[in-house]
Design a protein around this ligand. Sequence first.
Ligand code: ADP
Ligand code: MG
Length: 259
Amino acid sequence: MTVVTEAKPTSAKSASDEIAVEIINMNKWYGTFHVLRDIDLTVRRGERIVIAGPSGSGKSTMIRCINRLEEHQSGKIIVDGTELTSDLKNIDKIRSEVGMCFQHFNLFPHLTILENCTLAPMHVRGIPKKEAEATAMHFLEKVKIPDQALKYPGMLSGGQQQRVAIARSLCMRPRIMLFDEPTSALDPEMIKEVLDTMVELAEEGMTMLCVTHEMGFARQVADRVIFMDQGQIVEQNEPEEFFNNPRSERTKLFLSQIL
Ligand code: ADP
Ligand code: MG
């Protein structure tokens, strides 16, 4: 199996030398199934990474390991200088710095949009209600739906709900955002509004790791595209090179199927 990687430094429109996430020789098994193999990945602060690859290649598992929704069995994951171990203090610290948005928005249906956004800041961070509400309104404005604040999730479109999910994550003031196919469950006409929100976040310098099939988004904002197959990082490169000059046969095959 050839592993093609580029040692080229990221052209990073805004990435710094500071390291946000470092994964070193990480392996994970589900029972006897070796799902992630020798993963090495360094993400600089402000870098935008798009993770692509066929279904079942381990993309979700890899990003879920970064905030310990899944546990890795060997190697190291270091987030913002803190190594993820079974120490609960470390896990809490990392979770408080890493926001995540999923394909399914997972909003609380019995809470209003505003309450969805203030719940964790109030109960996990201990932020007073007034302040949590002001922050929530700030981020709801940012995702362009402040007028929906008092509605319930079921009253919103899928695209609006996903933007609420993004705003809700931002209310915890994360330093890193993980996205796992945030537009895959959306009707086509709603995909753009969610991507626009993500582009804006990227342009503001948020460190982002996004699993997505939206290759237009990858071209527009990614500093680096990572291609995974069968639990490995097969190839990574800046978007221009990745799309125009894929190195491995597996990447070529994948691109020929999705582009
Ligand atoms: P992707 O996100 O790239 O589609 P996943 O990370 O979801 O891939 O899954 C990678 C592989 O691990 C797949 O073969 C999947 O069936 C398997 N897998 C995912 N979650 C579990 C689990 N909780 N237990 C066992 N196998 C799993
Ligand atoms: Mg997945």
